[in-house]
Design a protein. Structure first.
Length: 415
């Protein structure tokens, strides 16, 4: 064997230097490719969620075309009652009474709080919350003109052979086989807990219902009982383990509810307890950058009046919102921060597209005084010496989706 043949055999492999060069090239390519692939996957997920949100928007418009009115967001019983009497003129009175009682407070297995009278002022607008109102309205009603809720294909079905003539909310369960639906909600992402025949017969405790309410163990004793109700109304998520999509009706963007506790003022919003009583995700309707020309001068005198000093986005129709990739809306809906969701005395609202923040203030003398200084781009991560409760750990609102955005998320539309 000559020296030339030995050299050729040695050159059939890589030297250590050559291997290191190849590895370095692969690492560089991966460093470029992996972020690009991840960004593409994220963009695809956001696009899919935006498509689904658009389908809900179209479903609400189809509802309007079919019934001649936008659905209520269930914050005001007076509006709810007027709405269903308008779109179902032959509706049986017991349908509305049943719905009212189902939206009242349920404590354990005692329906007494639901059966205390007809249409009094104590209608808690958080039992059928803004997420559940979306599914209730778009999931379809029965074709029975007198019984749109309990007729064949309606959202409610009796669990007893002969339901009480004085409607008892414990005698009904949620119907997963609804007719006339306006949106095809994917069953796996509805918060439905089905009846379990292995646990016995149909009953108040074992029926098809919603599973989106917080656990009773979350209640530290300081939280409103309304958040721990045992209701039938499911919500819908655009991705697993996320907060659900929510719906706000323009007629009640600034609605004020004092029924849970007359001494407090609860402004329209959505709140969800995620892992415990201190882990809150919440959202309110979103303001525009345009003041209300009819309310340019104060003092406003009341907090609700100050809420009306700025125009909301989609002021004549509705807002549909959903959390983005991080699965959260954000924890801040009040001036004192995340201390129980949207139920405190001074609400705050984001502005689109700048990401500024507006507070309620009855002593303000013009809309500009309601703007919280030094906050923009939905960023509440920096310490705020004037309102320390506004600080949160992450800029969670930035990737939220809304039916008023021009691109995909509110962050994409930042000026």
């Amino acid at each position: 064997m000559n020296a030339t043949a030995k050299t050729q055999r040695r050159r059939q492999g890589f030297t250590l230097v050559e291997l290191l060069v190849v590895i370095s090239i692969i690492v560089i390519i991966m460093g470029i490719a992996v972020p690009a692939v991840m960004n593409a996957l994220t963009s695809a997920k956001v696009s899919a969620m935006q498509t689904e949100l658009t389908a809900m928007e179209q479903g609400i418009e189809a509802y309007k075309n079919k019934y001649g009115d936008y659905p209520p967001d269930f914050s005001s019983w007076n509006l709810i009652q007027r709405h269903y009497l308008k779109i179902f003129p032959d509706i049986d009175a017991n349908e509305l009474l049943l719905l009212y009682r189902l939206c009242d407070i349920v404590v354990d297995n005692d329906p007494s709080n639901q059966m205390d009278g007809q249409y009094d002022d104590a209608f808690p607008g958080s039992v059928m919350d803004r997420a559940e109102a979306l599914v209730w309205s778009l999931g379809g009603f029965s074709s029975d003109p007198g019984h749109p809720f309990t007729g064949t294909g309606g959202p409610l079905v009796a669990i007893v052979p002969n339901p009480s003539t004085d409607p008892d909310p414990t005698e009904y369960q949620y119907n997963t086989e609804r007719d006339n639906r306006l949106v095809d909600f994917e069953a796996a992402r509805l918060s439905v807990v089905p009846f379990d025949p292995a646990s016995g017969g149909l009953s108040f405790a074992n029926r098809t219902r919603s599973g989106d309410e917080p656990l009773p163990s979350f209640n530290t004793g300081s939280l409103p009982a309304v958040f721990f109700t045992f209701d039938l109304f499911p919500s819908y998520v655009l991705q697993q383990d996320a907060s659900p999509a929510v719906y706000f009706d323009a007629r009640t963007y600034g609605y004020v509810d004092t029924s849970v506790n007359p001494a407090s003022t609860n402004f329209n919003g959505y709140a969800r307890y995620v892992d415990n009583a201190n882990d809150i995700d919440a959202v309110r309707p979103v303001y525009s950058e345009t003041p209300n020309p009819a309310l340019t001068a104060g003092p406003y005198g009341t907090l609700p009046a100050s809420v009306a000093a700025w125009r909301f986005m989609n002021p004549q129709t509705f807002q549909v919102l959903a959390p983005g990739i991080d699965r959260r809306y954000g924890a801040i809906t009040d001036i004192d921060g995340a201390t129980g969701g949207p139920a405190n005395t001074e609400p705050v609202y984001f502005q689109y597209p700048s990401g500024g923040l507006i507070r309620a203030d009855d002593a303000a003398t013009n809309p500009q005084q309601l703007q919280i200084p030094n906050i923009s781009r939905y960023d509440l991560t920096a310490p705020n010496t004037t309102y320390p409760g506004l600080q949160q750990r992450e800029n969670q609102f930035l990737d939220n989706l809304g039916n008023f955005t021009t691109q995909k998320t509110v962050g994409d539309d930042l000026p």
